[in-house]
Ligand binder design. Structure first.
Ligand code: ADP
Length: 456
């Protein structure tokens, strides 16, 4: 199995080698063709120049002699071609020896395909329409290249190859860098998911990337880790909380019953009532846990219907009025105009929401204070509020109060409750597509606001 870095690097390098090879090949072929074209042009011009020189010589002398145009031989020798002057009967007037040129040439330096094969061309020399002679121009390659020409051509080829190699080196460096940029965060996320699978939830992926997808992958795995960590904490706390919740009433029951059996405590109605309250509390805890389990397994069936929140809240208000009065709390109802505040929902479950909120408000509000229950409209929402001026919630506890078994401030542990009420509220509201918000200040009071969609 290959690493992503290796794979990306090999892929980049292979692609670049192909691209550079093809580029170099095409550039080289084009330059070669253009260069040969240029040389052939130059050669044709030279032929024309030789012929016109010999024409001028003939015009000047009126005939051929052994010295006619012989000045050309020096240049011909230096430029590696061979001249022979013939009269109009093709009789040689003077001529150079091809072997002289052959001996001085180093064919291996010449970059032409038919190097070393002697070829010659005969051109007519005419004055007007009259043919006066011929010149034979021979050479050892189809295109003649001087040493400078060959050097020029070689230096171009060398620079093309060198630039190809330099480009390749740069591409290798860039591909190694890019593959590292891609591979390192992926490797980090892979390591992190490995850690998560081993239950190490406290790890975090810290290698940032400027690639959008990788950065969002990193962020989401960090969020996942955070969630798993919280779930793990909640799970551990759940076990300890449940055992604590069960042990406390059981201990109270056991100690009291044992004391009664031993005759330490007299069996009075008051004591039996007290023990019964513990049994009821215990039963409530089990009911709540069962309810929560059903919600979480989504096995609960909701009976959605048109519900008048006004009627529903009025009923609950009547149920709680006595309880609040007993505690010396003023429970007030503010239902605004004559609207019914219709929403779609499951009546029983909605009742449970308000029961939990109002019983919490009563629980956490001291004698002499008040609780307000109100209903209002805000655009296409019905807003239900349960507000109290009770003990309030610590700022740091507010974000967690909807979590299972979360019970604010530890000092309130004596107050009855098991930290499930608000979790049930939130779960029921989610099933109704409703939102709940809480505002609370320690010592000032708490306000729960629920936003329901209006019945349409
Ligand atoms: P509990 O059974 O403990 O009341 P809940 O889930 O209903 O559990 O509430 C969680 C915590 O939120 C409570 O322990 C309490 O700290 C805080 N809380 C809820 N409602 C109020 C309120 N009206 N005033 C003050 N604190 C509240």
């Amino acid at each position: 199995m290959q690493t992503i870095r290796r794979k990306i690097s090999i892929f980049f390098i292979l692609c670049s080698i192909c691209a550079i090879f093809l580029c170099t090949l095409f550039v080289n072929l084009t330059i070669n063709n253009k260069f040969n074209e240029y040389m052939i042009n130059a050669q044709n011009k030279r032929y024309e120049r030789i012929i016109s020189f010999l024409q001028e010589t003939y015009k000047r002398d009126g005939k051929w002699s052994e010295s006619s145009g012989v000045e050309l031989t020096h240049e011909a020798y230096m430029s590696n071609y061979c001249l022979t002057l013939l009269d109009n009967n093709k009789k040689v007037i003077w001529g150079m020896d091809p072997n002289d040129i052959r001996n001085k040439l180093h064919f291996k330096n010449m970059n032409v395909k038919d190097q070393g094969v002697y070829t010659s061309k005969i051109f007519e020399i005419k004055i007007g329409d009259k043919l006066v002679g011929y010149v034979d121009i021979g050479q050892y390659s189809s295109v003649l290249l001087t040493e400078d020409d060959v050097n020029f051509k070689m230096s171009i080829i060398k620079s093309i190859v060198a630039s190809g190699l330099v480009t390749l080196a740069i591409i290798i460096a860039i591909s190694l860098y890019i593959s590292k940029q891609l591979a390192t965060p992926i490797k980090d996320v892979a390591n992190m998911s490995m850690n998560l699978s081993e239950g190490k939830f406290y790890t975090k992926s810290t290698i940032k990337s400027d690639i959008k997808e990788l950065e969002s992958l990193r962020k989401s795995i960090n969020v996942l880790a955070e969630k798993l960590k919280n779930q793990d904490i909640i799970r551990k706390r759940l076990v300890s909380d449940i055992s604590h919740e069960i042990r406390t009433p059981l201990n109270i029951l056991q100690n009291n019953i044992e004391a009664m059996i031993d005759g330490v405590f007299p069996v009075t109605t008051e004591r039996l009532n007290y023990l019964n309250e513990e049994v009821v509390r215990f039963g409530k805890l089990l009911n709540n846990l069962n309810l929560l389990k059903e919600f979480e397994e989504e096995s609960i069936k909701l009976n959605f219907e048109k519900v008048s929140l006004k009627d529903l809240i009025k009923d609950i208000y009547n149920d709680f009025n006595m309880v609040a009065e007993k505690k010396g709390i003023n429970l007030k109802l503010k239902l605004g105009d004559n609207s019914e505040y219709y929403i779609t929902g499951d009546k029983d479950k909605l009742k449970q929401v308000f029961i939990n909120l109002i019983s919490n408000a009563i629980k956490f509000t001291e004698k002499g204070n008040s609780i307000w229950i109100s209903l209002n409209y805000e655009r296409d929402k019905v807003i239900a509020e349960v507000e109290d001026n009770g003990i309030g919630i610590e700022e740091e506890d507010v974000p967690f109060i909807f979590e299972r078994f979360y019970r604010g401030d530890k000092s309130r542990h004596e107050t009855q409750g098991n930290g499930i009420g608000l979790t049930i509220v939130k779960t029921i509201l989610q099933l109704h597509s409703a939102n709940i918000e809480v505002e609370s200040r320690k010592g000032k009071g708490t306000n729960f606001k629920i936003y329901f969609n209006i019945y349409k």
